[in-house]
Design a protein around this ligand. Sequence first.
Ligand SMILES: [Zn+2]
Length: 490
Amino acid sequence: MSIPTSLLLKNGTLILHGEGDCIKFLKEDLLIVGNKIVDIKPNIEIPESNTVVLDCTGKLVSPGFIDTHHHVWQTQFKGRHTNDTLLTYLPKGNWTGSLCTSEDVFWGQLGGCLESIDGGTTMLVDHANITQGPHHAPNAITATVSSGIRSIFGYCDTPNVTSWTPLTFAPGTPEYFDSQLADLAKQQPFGDGRVQLGLSFDSFHLPKETVIECYERARSLGVKLITSHYVRGPVVGPQSRVELLDTYGLLGPDILLSHASNATPNDAVLLAKANAHVSVTPDTELQMAHGFPVSFRDDLHPLCSLGVDCHTTNSGDILTQMRLALQCARGAYNQPFVDAGKNPNTVKHTVEAAYNLGTIKGARAVGMESQIGSIAVGKLADLVIFDGESPAMICAAAHDPVAAIVMHASVRDVDTVIVDGKIRKREGKLLAVSGLKGEELQWKDVAKKLLRSRIRIEAEYNKIDMRSAASRMIDLWHMRPENFVDSMAD
Ligand SMILES: [Zn+2]
């Protein structure tokens, strides 16, 4: 059987972005040839070439969602951090990467990517803090390619635990780090151009010259973007990472900061001037006391996009983050009225604004606005098709497709996902991917591998005194112990 070269989406409701990100709806056909959208008009004839026709009657066709901050490898740890603070999460979540073999990483990464695709994400920025050994990052990249998702793989200098009692990290950077970064930069992009290389950088404790050298080297190697966590507050301190980057002369359009919680007004000015961007991850920020999500803060909103952060803590889809970002911002806006015994006459933030955070603004954050984030002729074919006639979407999809997606949809309503012109989920089911040896795998095969890997990791995990590791973190990161309290009265 010959491989289909084109896809024709018949009779769907297309969600398009116009001037100023205004959204409009169009009931027309959409033709994909190769990896690109080549035509949008009524009644497109089925081309003579090998074409798959998808009947989209009753369906909504949306640009795929863009997740701009995600630690994708962590799948085996799902469910573990739902009651964690940042301090307890770090040893239990981040540093337990040291317990993973490179094969565990392959399965964790594949599981994370597939959860994302299942939820309609077609592109993600992977803060890949899993370079615990020389084969970990290559295996994570192989899994990303296999899943079919589009990604910027943020290669990361990850602290490696050498002892859990007391918690001790290997000093410095692993000996293979620099050469592997250079090799990966030379080899990229991977997966027919879908997976590009980025750098995840959080080592701001290093001397100024070293930080500058790292950025300059990464840029000279051609990494796509440099992403860092930034949470001003009692855990990491009140200093501004944005001002630091500005002082070092490093701010630019390839800078993507996750969270930007409690960012200063000057931070917003500097980021806007540099055309740098922010990834807001409402679920983890609200849980882990980072500070209130900034996605709708007036000065930062134009620079913001959304991320999942930890699919170990919350679900891996952007639908949830859009809704959470919107409703918590509405709640914060409304409360002062209520406190003053009044009622606001209007809702301050709109579903369209939330939808844009998960689509076109994500594309801007990764410097790919001309290629992804909206539906247009000439753009890459990264699309998510919703069942507009499901129990959750019925009538809502007919009334307002964007409202239906932001406020009514769940992963269950994601019918089909297309990345780079290829179908990766169809009629609600993920399609097969390939394993480490090129073998074909259905989702249930991946699930079996993940459960086996989880059992192995858990046996190691259960030997660790996590409470002692968490308190040691306070010393290692020079945090102020008096800032960690059980109640406001403390
Ligand atoms: Zn993170």
